[in-house]
Write a protein that binds this ligand. Structure first.
Ligand SMILES: Cc1cc2nc3c(=O)[nH]c(=O)nc-3n(C[C@H](O)[C@H](O)[C@H](O)COP(=O)(O)O)c2cc1C
Length: 225
């Protein structure tokens, strides 16, 4: 019989490898990584997860602060596969509220996540930085995947451009003042176009997320129209 796990009214079944989550070698997926400090302060942030093989992933820690420090501190993380635009937005722009968290074996995860897995660090290498976070030191981190769980959620969602527009806008938001500092004019024109698309085709959560991103951009850069 397949082992089942119930967390906050969501049932999960155990899986053996990343392919079961439709995550394949060599591809990078946008996820929410949850971590905690040694003092049990929890954190969530969007992180790109690269599949190295069926049970190993690689992440680049160079653009985040808490996730980076927590992973260096204790080497543990949960990778949450979710589609909620507001969770991506809140965890990029500020801190995710307590109400969004759950626990798996006393470790923070995102409530009602569609799929998740626990992982631990097996190798850390330094990398060239993209900014001055963490005293200018970035890391390439290889992790071994432990427990993998898939929820019974299997809804098929037709393609829609809004979520992609939000993910692209959040990446621009994160890189605007360093990687893209010499092409801010061009990036801002693109962000306004992504904003237009999202408001045309998106649902209420997506439109709300995009509004938060654009408001935050204008508040942080008073020269933007
Ligand atoms: C879609 C997306 C993917 C991201 N991927 C990474 C990544 O792979 N590595 C990284 O260091 N930061 C990445 N970031 C940036 C962090 O998520 C962002 O700086 C976040 O605010 C860090 O939160 P923290 O300081 O609480 O860890 C990404 C952001 C977005 C929107």
């Amino acid at each position: 019989m397949t082992a089942k796990l119930k967390i906050n009214n969501t049932y999960y079944k155990k899986a053996d490898n990343l392919e079961s989550l439709n995550m394949f070698k060599g591809q990078l997926y946008e996820t929410i990584v949850t971590t905690q400090s040694d003092e049990s302060v929890k954190n969530a942030a969007p992180i790109g997860v690269i599949c190295k093989d069926s049970n190993q992933i690689v992440i680049h820690l160079d653009n985040c602060v808490h996730t980076h420090l927590n992973i260096l501190e204790n080497g543990e993380l949960i990778v949450n596969i979710i589609k909620d635009p507001l969770i991506f937005t809140y965890s990029t722009i500020g801190e995710l509220d307590e109400e969004y968290f759950e626990e798996f074996n006393s470790f923070p995860m995102i409530k009602n996540t569609i799929e998740f897995f626990k992982a631990h660090v097996i190798q850390i290498r330094e990398k060239k930085r993209e900014n001055d976070y963490n005293e200018g030191i970035g890391h390439i981190v290889t992790c071994e995947v432990e427990d993998i769980y898939i929820s019974e959620y299997n809804e098929i969602i037709p393609l829609n451009r809004a979520m992609n527009a939000i993910i692209e806008s959040l990446v621009y938001y994160c890189r605007f003042d360093h990687k893209y500092k010499d092409k801010q004019d061009m990036i801002w024109i693109h962000m306004k176009e992504l904003n237009r698309v999202c408001h045309k085709v998106g649902n209420e959560s997506e439109k709300k997320s995009m509004k938060i991103i654009m408001d935050e951009m204008r508040e942080n850069h008073d020269y933007l129209d």
